[in-house]
Design a protein around this ligand. Structure first.
Ligand SMILES: N[C@@H](CCC(=O)N[C@@H](CS)C(=O)NCC(=O)O)C(=O)O
Length: 385
């Protein structure tokens, strides 16, 4: 048996080392190769003792090798995702929660931050829409992953050259997972998009879309032309009302469709799907005769609801079994509001790729759609104005 003894500062890193069973003295196994610069090994009778100096940055820079030995498949493979005992799907909270703000550790600067998204993902699409509404395209470059999220999670074009997918320009990563493990080798949660990367501190600033859109709304204002700086999707006067709408739209609609789709018992599904349609009824009433949800102007409440509604007929009706009715047949006011934003505001249309959306859901959840066949309809994906 190989014994690995390390000094405390490196212990967490070395948890990932591949240790082979052996009665013979061994050179460091291949997976230990990155340690050779700061490791010496002595055979001691039937034990190999590896001593590592605590030199954190060297470990980090060589981490690419070492992660190979840590099994992260439970974090990347959606079919290994666990539901609650009663079959309910529970979304875990995001863990990178820093803010870009003037004077802070993450100061607003042109070109410093990089946004990683999937066109398929509603949470990522929120960030794309707000990035465009605020005119941040030149400030924050964006990289789009392939919609085919497989066992290793979201792939970049280098791992899956799907049309419209990009390679990772910063690190040539194969998967989004590699970025998370680069930022934190001990990262234990799922490898989700969107995420915003800081090229100065070489880490993830934030992977929670509701916070990324708040940052985009204000953090770069001092650097933006006046017409863009004054766009405010969360204005002081309407904050309470926007918060009140978000408070039910998130659990009952945005995450509600996932709770219906990812339920693993009939009861959990039925409970979830009824909540979705109850909340759509409420949204229909709220939008009656109105162009926007709150205060007669476009706000983050519209962005947050819209990203789920645009996916509803093409995906959630079929794939997530949210099929009491469709948006186009059952919710004329929501449909009118959705179409107007799509056809009249390029920030919404340009952030929407129906092929990526449909391919992702129907391909990436084999636990729901084992054949991975992507349905042809609906025709059209969104009706004309
Ligand atoms: N709370 C996060 C949720 C992000 C999220 O769950 N993204 C999904 C795609 S729609 C994802 O990347 N899932 C990958 C996985 O769970 O493996 C946010 O709003 O930013």
């Amino acid at each position: 048996m190989i014994e690995v003894r390390v000094q405390p500062a490196t212990r967490s890193f070395l948890e990932f080392i591949y240790v082979r069973d052996s009665l013979e003295p061994q050179p460091p196994p291949r997976m230990l190769f990155p340690l050779t610069r700061c490791t010496r090994a002595w055979p001691i009778s039937s034990t190999c003792l590896y001593i590592a100096r605590p030199c954190r940055h060297q470990f980090r820079s060589s981490f690419r090798f070492s992660t190979m030995s840590r099994d992260t498949s439970h974090q990347s493979d959606i079919s290994k995702m666990k539901s609650e005992k009663d079959g309910t799907f529970n979304r875990l909270a995001s863990v990178f929660r820093d803010f870009i703000e003037p004077g802070g550790k993450f100061a607003p600067e042109k070109g410093r931050y990089h946004l990683y998204v999937s066109y398929a993902c509603p949470w990522a699409t929120r960030t794309l829409i707000v990035r465009k509404l605020k005119g941040l395209e030149d400030f924050i470059p964006v990289t789009v992953v392939s919609p085919r999220m497989g066992n290793d999670g979201w792939p970049f074009a280098t791992a899956d050259a799907y049309p419209g997918a990009d390679a990772d320009p910063l690190f040539k990563s194969a998967h989004v997972r590699d970025l998370y493990l680069r930022a934190d080798p001990n990262y234990e949660r799922r490898f989700t998009v969107p995420l915003i990367w800081d090229t100065v501190h070489n880490t993830i600033v934030n992977n929670e879309s509701s916070e990324i859109i708040r940052m985009f709304n204000t953090a770069f204002n001092e650097l933006l032309p006046e017409d863009k700086a004054k766009i405010d999707l969360y204005p002081e006067a309407n904050k309470a009302e926007i918060d009140a709408v978000n408070e039910w739209v998130y659990p009952e609609i945005n995450n509600g469709v996932y709770r219906a789709g990812f339920a693993t018992t009939q009861e959990a599904y039925e409970t979830a799907v009824k909540i979705v349609f109850g909340a759509l009824d409420k949204a229909e009433k709220l939008l009656t005769g109105k162009d926007y949800l709150v205060g007669g102007q476009l706000s983050e409440a519209d962005v947050r609801l819209w990203v789920t509604i645009i996916r509803f007929d093409p995906v959630y009706v079929g794939h997530f079994k949210c099929n009491f009715t469709t948006i186009r047949d059952g919710y004329p006011e929501i449909n009118r509001w959705m179409k107007a934003l799509y056809w009249k505001n390029s920030a919404f249309k340009d952030s929407t790729d129906f092929d990526h959306i449909k391919t992702h859901y129907y391909w990436s959840h084999p636990q729901i759609n084992g054949t991975r066949i992507v349905p042809y309809g609906p025709i059209p994906n969104i009706q004309p104005l």
